[in-house]
Write a protein that binds this ligand. Structure first.
Ligand code: BEZ
Length: 211
């Protein structure tokens, strides 16, 4: 059975470029992004890891730890990180799991045998401070991820964890939000002092409450 939203993120201990990682302990009270890349010394993966390294300050700002993974051995990660720095202009500044025994890949269903039985697909798991899985996305090896989208989802998840709102299509931090249907108009008046617009009884918008 694949990992579903709301499941506890499986715990593991595995080697990484920053030493052994005991996943739940390593996460502590932070949010986490665990993502797999199919193979070291491949072009798309090289660009992705460079992009993730450049965005690390944005993840830090949101109290999110990022953790990469491939099924390559540790020595390989260390050699490849020099290429990432040289070609992408960014030094790896987060750990990469060396999952040569496929322990974590199998635990998280990152190997899709009908795509490849040796490499992982590009999986993304966003994990909350409660260790529950909040989002999963799967991309094929041929498509590099959009890490700005990962940050956008984190903004939405962190907002909706604290306020009784949801975020509409293509929402970005700072834009109007949707009041969840369970909130009555009367409650909305108290909960959202900036006011709200009622387009339909089920479609009410309000300025982002934490801005
Ligand atoms: C890449 O990162 O470029 C890649 C990796 C595995 C298969 C195809 C592309």
């Amino acid at each position: 059975m694949s990992i579903q939203l709301g499941d506890t993120a499986p715990n593991f201990t595995q080697q990484s470029t920053e030493g052994e990682i005991r996943f739940h302990d390593w996460l502590g009270d932070s949010w986490g992004v665990l993502f797999s890349h199919p193979k070291n010394f491949t072009p798309v993966c090289t660009t992705e890891l460079g992009a993730a390294a450049k965005l690390k300050p944005e993840f830090d700002k949101r109290n999110v730890k990022i953790l990469g993974l491939s099924v390559d051995p540790l020595e390989n990660h260390e050699a490849w990180s020099k290429d990432i720095e040289e070609t992408q202009g960014a030094k790896l500044n987060f750990p990469l799991l060396a999952d040569a025994d496929k322990k974590v890949s199998n635990l998280y269903g990152m190997i899709h045998p009908n795509a490849s039985d040796t490499m992982t697909v590009r999986s993304v798991f966003i994990i909350g401070p409660d260790k529950k899985v909040k989002l999963t996305i799967t991309y094929p090896a041929s498509t590099g991820r959009n890490f700005d989208e990962v940050l956008r989802v984190i903004d939405s998840l962190q907002l909706t964890a604290k306020h009784k709102v949801a975020t509409p299509v293509n929402w970005k931090d700072g834009q109007d939000c949707i009041i969840v249907p369970a909130v009555t108009d009367e409650e909305a008046t108290t909960l959202f002092p900036k006011g709200f617009k009622k387009l339909k009884p089920y479609l009410r918008t309000t300025p982002q409450p934490n801005k």
